[in-house]
Design a protein around this ligand. Structure first.
Ligand code: SF4
Length: 345
């Protein structure tokens, strides 16, 4: 039988300590190895403070499964970089590096594909291929940092996939990047987005109360939401809003609602008024996202004038709201599109 190598990039420091003990090594080596991984070491050979024997033991028993960059799109306008990575099994995923005033941010994918089937989303088109491991999530940040040559201070888990559909690996990833010998990213500098898997929202509030939560609403009622987000049939809007209120009460933190504006679908003045009504009294911020064109879905983004009208209605009703700043406008592949093209070709 072939010896299955341990996926060392997915281990926590504690697991790494136990693993090294099993190999007959000292526990303190764990932090050294962990720190090399997050510094972007490409092989055990790169870990120069380990003995020759330990390096060869590791090569024999463990795998450092690094992502491979397939392509990069660079924005000349604002420094945004979109990465297409190959996973070891031939699947591909996307990550985006963005420069904001508050710091460099990487948007990562949590799954290869997605099961949730939102009608406007490029990532849903071929369904779910598989969950990403904690190591594959971390390596998106590590590889982007290394390639961009710049430190990353903020992470958003908003790329391909529903993070709460891969909860265990997500949770491990968050703990690992927060480690001081990992990427040392503050919990408050991380945002996780969900389409509304209610039971996991509650678990997340308990386990990661400091991490920002963004809930994708995209519609102000169930009739419309059922049409564009199948998950709504399982977790109706009223229950989702109740869960959001609970999350806010549990964590004491404001929550973000994401609302992708799809032309002629969910962007009327009536939709805006209804949304404002539903959100009244909730400690939240609404993020309006004019949808990027994905040819395969046949849907279009709302135009600027209508976006502003939608924004004004919410503001008039006292809702805190912004339109997401469009980054990488000149490389305008919508989220999930690079990967989609790669899967089709
Ligand atoms: S919008 Fe998010 S949850 Fe919906 S299909 Fe796309 S990746 Fe999945």
């Amino acid at each position: 039988m072939r010896n299955m190598k341990t996926d060392i990039m997915s281990l926590s420091v504690k697991e790494l300590e136990q693993y090294l003990e099993k190999l007959g090594e000292k526990r303190f080596r764990a932090r050294q190895i962990f720190s090399w991984i997050y510094k972007g070491a490409d092989s055990f050979e790169d870990m120069t403070n380990l003995s020759k024997e330990l390096k060869s033991k590791l090569s024999e028993n463990a795998a450092l499964k690094k992502l491979k960059i397939l392509s990069i799109q660079n924005s000349k306008k604002d420094g945004t970089r979109k990465y297409l990575f190959a996973l070891a099994d031939g699947n591909s995923i996307e990550s985006v590096f963005m420069k904001y005033k508050f710091g460099n941010t990487v948007c990562i994918s949590s799954q290869a594909g997605c099961l949730m089937g939102c009608s406007f989303c490029a990532s849903a088109i071929n369904g779910l291929q598989r969950d990403l491991t904690a190591g594959e999530m971390s390596d998106q940040v590590i590889s982007v940092e290394k390639d961009a040559g710049e430190k990353v201070s903020n992470i958003v888990v908003m790329g391909t996939g529903e993070p709460f559909d891969n909860y265990e690996n997500l949770s491990k990833f968050l703990s690992n990047i927060h480690e001081k010998d990992g990427l040392n990213i503050g919990m408050r500098s991380i945002t996780v987005s969900t389409c509304g898997l209610i039971p996991k929202m509650m678990a997340f509030a308990k386990e990661f109360p400091q991490v920002n939560l963004a809930v994708s609403l995209h519609a102000p009622n169930d009739t419309l939401r059922n049409k564009i987000m199948p998950i709504s049939k399982k977790y109706p809007l009223e229950e989702l809003l109740a869960a959001s209120r609970k999350h806010i009460a549990e964590t004491g933190r404001r929550l973000t609602f994401e609302y992708a504006l799809v032309k002629g679908v969910n962007d009327s003045e009536r939709n805006a008024k209804e949304l404002a009504e539903r959100l009244r009294g909730i400690n939240c911020h609404v993020n309006l996202i004019p949808l990027n064109q994905v040819i395969e879905t046949g849907l279009h983004g709302t135009e600027r004038k209508e976006t502003e009208r939608f924004l004004e209605v919410l503001q008039r009703h006292g809702i805190q709201v912004t339109v997401r700043r469009e980054l990488g406008g000149d490389i305008d592949a919508a989220c999930g599109q690079l990967r989609l093209k790669n899967v089709i070709n």
